[in-house]
Ligand binder design. Structure first.
Ligand SMILES: [Fe+2]
Length: 424
């Protein structure tokens, strides 16, 4: 089955905000088309949420942060949903335990679909008759809601992949696509150091964690031209990479020992051949595709083994800022990273999120959004590392050079990979 994924045109094109909202909401639903009704309720680990919960939570976000405070006369769909579908907003009320979302047989999927329609109609009515003086606030929050919805589209795909993986039937979410079978050799791209600026430049949407734009000092550095490939990572495994404590951070060594990791997530060795679980089911490992589903610990250990290091987020952004945001994103429909296709600097955008060695901390002068929405990003600035560039499950229009994603160092169910860096 070919996925039909609705596109949102870039800002400044002919779509109104109402149309952009409609497309974003429809895209979440289009990503659910390949699912059977039973798939909507599965939660295979604490970090994963059931598709039904994603459908409801993104709707709760619009209802809670726009309709209830700002739409005159809005009628709440169901009072109980405030508790069921709040994710982590402590100042918005209580929430159902994250690791038990898969226990919610009710409300049924059909009811969640009615909830979505109810909220969508109210949002469009609000846009048609914007109350003053809150119009500016409403428009800003709808833009945030669209970006939030788009983030959950990627989460939904990540979560479906893990849910399907733990099933011995190894079901496919979509048919296998034709992917390139070879990649050019990696080369090194040099960048001059000095005082550079990073952070969002104020054009278009940004999250609070990308601001303010500020100066930072870079030394001369080089980046690998493409993502590290499966073949290169296999060399690390064959050289005893997972058995050599000198290659690992202490927390990483304890993690791989406790979890008994011997390879990236989704790799399965059958006889002497590596297979990889994908959203198209099990497939032979293509040595030229980028190695995917690595934890920070594995990316860091590989770089140390290779005699290199991970880039900092400032190096990554400085290198990416002048490039067009183009690559293998959600819109390609592949939902899998593909082998690099250019011998120059390639794959900075799309394919896989790239681990950086930068901890997720506030930029100098960071100010979270006011009120409850201040919990969106700022409160997670502890114990997480920054990833950059988007992946094959991220919508292209969602990504900028200043976009900061973040995960805990042991997480690896997201589409994560690595690019090497070295000092010049
Ligand atoms: Fe959310």
């Amino acid at each position: 089955m070919d996925l039909q994924i609705p596109h949102i045109l870039p800002a400044g094109e002919t779509m109104t905000l109402g149309q952009r909202l409609g497309v974003a909401r429809a895209r979440t639903e289009s990503l659910c088309v390949p699912l059977e009704i039973e798939d909507y309720v599965i939660q295979s680990m604490a970090e994963v949420s059931p598709p039904k919960w994603h459908l409801a939570h993104t709707t709760w976000f619009f209802e809670t942060f726009i309709l209830l405070p700002l739409a005159p006369g809005y009628r709440v769909f169901d009072e109980a949903y405030a508790h069921l579908f709040n994710s982590y907003y402590e100042t918005a009320g209580t929430f159902f335990p994250r690791n038990q979302r898969g226990l919610l047989a009710r409300p049924p999927v059909a009811e969640i679909c009615r909830y979505r329609s109810h909220v969508d109609e109210a949002l469009q009515a609000l846009l048609d008759d914007l109350p003053q003086p809150s119009a500016h606030d409403i428009l800003a929050r709808i833009k945030l809601g669209i970006e939030h919805e788009t983030q959950h589209q990627e989460l939904l795909l990540m979560d479906v992949k893990y849910n399907f993986f733990i099933n011995p039937l190894k079901p496919a979410y979509r048919d296998a696509a034709n992917l390139p079978l070879s990649a050019p050799p990696m080369s090194w791209q040099a960048f001059g150091g000095g005082i550079v600026e990073i952070g969002h430049d104020g054009t278009g949407f940004s999250f609070d964690n990308e601001r303010p734009r500020h100066q930072t000092l870079l030394q001369d550095f080089r980046l690998g031209s493409r993502l590290v490939s499966n073949k290169e990572y296999l060399d690390f495994i064959a050289d005893g990479g997972y058995q050599r404590p000198e290659l690992w951070l202490s927390d990483g060594w304890h993690t791989i020992s406790a979890q008994r990791w011997l390879a990236p997530l989704y790799w399965i060795k059958e006889r002497n051949d590596w297979q990889q679980f994908t959203l198209s089911g099990m497939r032979p490992l293509n040595p030229h595709e980028p190695v995917a589903h690595l934890s920070y610990f594995e990316a860091d250990a590989y770089a140390r083994w290779a005699g290199k290091r991970l880039p900092t987020e400032a190096e990554w952004e400085h290198a990416a800022a002048s490039l067009p945001v183009a690559g293998n994103f959600l819109e390609s429909g592949l939902l899998h990273p593909q082998a690099a296709q250019q011998s120059g600097l390639d794959q900075l955008y799309g394919d896989l999120w790239e681990w950086t060695q930068s901890a997720y901390t506030p930029y100098p002068g960071f100010r979270p959004l006011p009120g409850t929405l201040g919990e969106y990003n700022g409160k997670f600035m502890s114990g997480q590392m920054v990833l950059r560039g988007g992946c094959c499950a991220t919508a292209q229009e969602h990504i900028r050079s200043s976009y900061r994603n973040f995960f805990r160092p042991a997480d690896r169910w997201m589409f994560s990979g690595l690019r090497l860096a070295e000092d010049a």
